[in-house]
Design a binder for this molecule. Sequence first.
Ligand SMILES: Nc1ncnc2c1ncn2[C@@H]1O[C@H](COP(=O)(O)OP(=O)(O)O)[C@@H](O)[C@H]1O
Ligand SMILES: [Mg+2]
Length: 367
Amino acid sequence: MYLQRLTISGVRNLDAVDVQLGRGVNVFFGENGSGKTSLLEAVHILSCGRSFRTRNLASVISFSSDRCTCFGLLHQASGGVASVGVSREKGGDFLFKLSGEVVRSAAQLSDTLPVILLNNDSFQLLEGAPAFRRAFVDWGVFHVEHSFRGAWSRFQRCLKHRNSLLRHDRIDRLQMDVWDREFSAAGEMVGHCRERYLERLRPVVETVCRQMGLNLDISLSYNRGWPEGGELNALLREHLPRDQKMGFTHYGPHRADIKVRVDQKPAAEVLSRGQKKIVVTALKIAQGYAFQADNPGRHCLYLIDDLPAELDRSHRKAVASLLQDLGAQVLVTGVDRDELLAGWPHEPFGEQDMRVFHVEHGSVVTA
Ligand SMILES: Nc1ncnc2c1ncn2[C@@H]1O[C@H](COP(=O)(O)OP(=O)(O)O)[C@@H](O)[C@H]1O
Ligand SMILES: [Mg+2]
């Protein structure tokens, strides 16, 4: 599966974009402020209905437009073509479409066009709050464990209800018990799915790190969000007074974290800035390998923003060759064309082709 054609209108400073993409690597170069990140942002919105730059989608819409539209034609493994479209009016709601049919949930977009993003913010995976690491694991779990989706939305509903009950002056214990049971059942399931995924991801991360020339002992351990050995339902009951005082639920998978350690020490503390970039890149590439192992014949699309700023030339080469081996379609940006192409083998990209685009003052043209 790959994105064959991309059409964008009304997104930030971009003029109307209509490009045919190659199924291998697609290089977008241009000066700062030309619109490269906006182009990747549009593809990200197409893949999940969200921007990676802002929660406020209205700010993505061009100052001069009333709506933004992103549309993609996908070449599928079966040989068929599917389409995916997202549009949003200023002040209005999203409209998601798959092959012409309106769909309600952004999850259906992600199913159709799974995207992995690597940008300057990816650092947060090591340095940021636990929510970034949960989002990383949940991306993987979402795509491989189908029971996760139901458990996850059940859990979210319970968490919301439980937290709102906690803020009432008087708590109806019977009602609380019902929510607690459902909360625990869904929460335990979310935890198991994440643990199983990490189990599968660990050896892949090791291999990818080695292939990127990183000979460090990297370990990923999962902290599920409530004490080991403890039973979630019992903990909720036991700690109800504290939860009530705080006004939120203390234990559960919403508090989970993944500890990334290097030689037993926290990666965020011991690695150099450069090494962190390599580890984060390795984690994202490993995620692509794990995706493909669990979804035979399918690929995810990599969006890599400003690669030369992120990695030195030798590591860019390692990334290029891993992505080539993966057979993934890649959209990569950078300021300097030669710098970008130097990291990427210019020879035919296996059986896939490579395209180069120049982004200039919002217009995207084949270079
Ligand atoms: N809603 C908007 N409408 C029009 N232009 C915008 C909007 N939001 C941001 N911009 C402008 O879009 C330009 C492109 O930004 P960006 O895609 O980040 O460029 P690049 O990644 O090439 O450096 C910036 O100059 C920014 O000021
Ligand atoms: Mg940019």
